[in-house]
Design a protein around this ligand. Sequence first.
Ligand code: GAL
Length: 590
Amino acid sequence: MKTILICVLALLAVGQGRAQDKPTMGWSSWNTFALNINEQVIKGQASAMRSKGLLRVGYDHINIDDGYFGGRDKETGQLLIHPTRFPNGLQPVVNYIHRLGMKAGIYSDGGKNTCGNYHGGDKIAEGVGLYGHDQQDCDFFFKELGFDFIKVDFCGGVSYHNSEGLDLDAEQRYTEIAQAIANTGRTDVRMNVCRWDYPGNWVQGVAASWRTTGDINASWGSVKDILKQNLYLSAYCYGGHYNDMDMLEVGRGLSKEEDRTHFGMWCIMASPLLIGCDMSNLSGATLTLLKNTDLIALNQDTLCLQAYVVQHKGDTYVLVKDIERLYDTTRAVALYNPSDVAVDMSVKMTELDLDGTVKVHDCFGQKDLDDITTGQLDVTVPAHGTRIYRLEAERRLERNLYEAETAYLGKYQEIFNNQWYKSGIYESNDACSGRAYATWLGSDPQNDLLWRNVYSDQGGDYTMTIKYISGENRNITVNVNGEDVKTLSCNSGNWNTVGSKALTISLEQGENVIRLYGKSSSAWMPNIDCMTLQPVGKSGRVVVGIEDVQSSSPSAVSTQDSRFYTLSGQPVSHPEKGIYIHKGRKISKK
Ligand code: GAL
């Protein structure tokens, strides 16, 4: 019994991102210096990060990427540090970084060697990966040297990259490494998984962030492609766990508009923000952009959300996310135009679940604009450009449209062939709302689709309409908050027509989980376009019935607690009209 308990506790402790951790901010050596790093370079960057005021706005990691290795001691297996690049070893560098009030990051590989050894000709770096040395190296990095962060690459684990022909199981390797980090006794080390694609939902249990794409480079094509690959991954981002769109190329040759899109979208999509340029030689415009506190606030927001797509017209996208408080009147929106021509973009406030007069703050210009009183935001967005606003509306509407491409897929992964692995994917389909759907679901009850954040202000019965595509008879079982409600037999006639099925479901007040799955382990589900929700007996949109009655927060109840309390602090399960405390605020329920 005791052993089981210890194992369970150890597993819980395995390198998981801590819920309160925001996306990592800092600098990483790779984009500018590649393998040409040394003690002076790293110390110089650390000192520049502080003197340029970047530390003050949140950039607090100095991460040493590939290039510091000097082989391994043949007898003891001890990792060696490059004799000319770091003649004094890494300890003085870590100490220097820590003395400046920053955190220090290091780099390794899940296999025998790193990418710099296989592809960059760094021949001295022989056998320096973690493979076979997990505990020894983790003790060295985190107990002895005091590093706070590690990026673990995988060239050594993928046979087409490495010269040993090693094909390692990423889940197993990263779990072992996370365990070795946990064994050091450090609970504050952040691990970044660098497997160049979303590796599977197991990664949430072992890492604080994970790369979702191949390497970035300082070109518009690269930034645009990385954004495309991340637009539908919002469901896999939450407190302490982030999709990493790679290090920033801001200040390295993109146009002004492209730099702004790159930085702004990384911010609103909650990617780690690791500066990749030479901080000792920054232009004024680059520094101003990197220090834009309105954008940084979206990245470091307490809700830790990645914005999701609510509109895709032509080549453009509109993304939105809650900030500060869930299901409330303040949201951040991005209007993103990746095309090569300027586009007049327009988004209705109802598409953003907002209503009434809306105050607008322009995050790039860092200034308030005119209120929106027409129910619509119209803006011309230049080629490769993005506009990002913080919106504060009079009223919040209950979300009534849930796109499949904003849902969580239980077996989502991008490493293996998804048909063989039986894991769902998101795909473009112009017949669908949002012009995308989730496909290859089913054939395994775990290969399901979940909307994990369905908020109902009052609770009660809703008409749920599921839109789907299936050219043959296929089943969907609808499960609400863990209980099966109904199995629907679906056939939309062909593979390009959207069909729909409606049913009544009962939602609890607050957050609900709606799951669509197939019970059979041999039958695929229909492709899922979206679902809509409408409370039975009501027409039109439902206003979230919360209104501030005073701005100061009553201290008794935390802002994270989404239950309703009476003014004397008693929880209330189904509040009627009246005055309550909700999420740390005094509110009036209408
Ligand atoms: C790549 C990785 C890059 C960089 C490089 C170092 O695999 O994606 O970000 O770390 O290796 O060799």
